[in-house]
Design a protein around this ligand. Sequence first.
Ligand code: PLP
Length: 287
Amino acid sequence: MTRIVYVNGRYLPYGEAAVHVEDRGFQFGDAIYEVCEVIGGRLIDEPRHMARLERSLNELQIPQPMAPRALAHVMRQVIKRNRVRDGLVYLQVSRGAAPRDFYFPGPDVLPTVVCLARPMSRAVPAANALKGIAIKSMPDIRWQRCDIKTVMLLPACLAKEAARADGAKEAWFVDGDGFVTEGASSNAWIVAEDGTLVTRQLGSAILPGVTRTTLLDVLHEEGMVPVERPFRLNEAYAAREAFITSATQTVMPVVRIDGNTVGDGRPGPIAQRLRNKFHQFAAISGT
Ligand code: PLP
């Protein structure tokens, strides 16, 4: 079956789907995106992803490319046309294509919208969650607006590649003061030595992860009170548990950080419980 990709109003075969060579997403990283988990053909936490997309557009003064309902329709079509049951949908909006110039183009230039969907077996993250993953830390060399979900992901690519070379699945970025900001493509959490659940507070240093927000709902329901504050690597090395959150991993236990064993080296009970509960609390929208 040919994969189908949505580009600016058209549903095209994968091999024919393309954007202009002067697209600002390509030349300047002048674009934002969302990744939404799909389970059983249904979207997980769609309203929160769409709200964040709108916020990212507003922060960068990229015009809303179409009404939210139309965008939602596109995502559903792409999922349907690709017959994705379990997987993800990727939606990217750039400021559009115009002769290369740092200044924003005029209002006649319309944003570029690309949407694609990809099947992904749930068995792979499930198997990883049984063992837990390793983390490698590295300096956070990203810009100072990490709260916007832009496609400027080169630091994340470099970090992930370095992590992989070290046998780790994710990188944790560390700011100039020695505090963990977040993962290359996830938010970072620990259960500290004293049992407190800790994750960094929102701000321009981290992405406001949708999974992070939904997990806060789970915690509230569980009667658990997380502390939102920065934590250092030493605290993470000595933690009882650690885990990451993201749309494609949900809650993924961490068992090693920079070669240090976390807890007893097995996924912690809190991370496992939260992982199992997560989808009971996420919003699930039909297609
Ligand atoms: N932080 C960064 C830098 C990310 O790239 C991501 C997801 O890609 C996250 C956090 C987690 O966000 P979400 O839970 O919305 O997937």
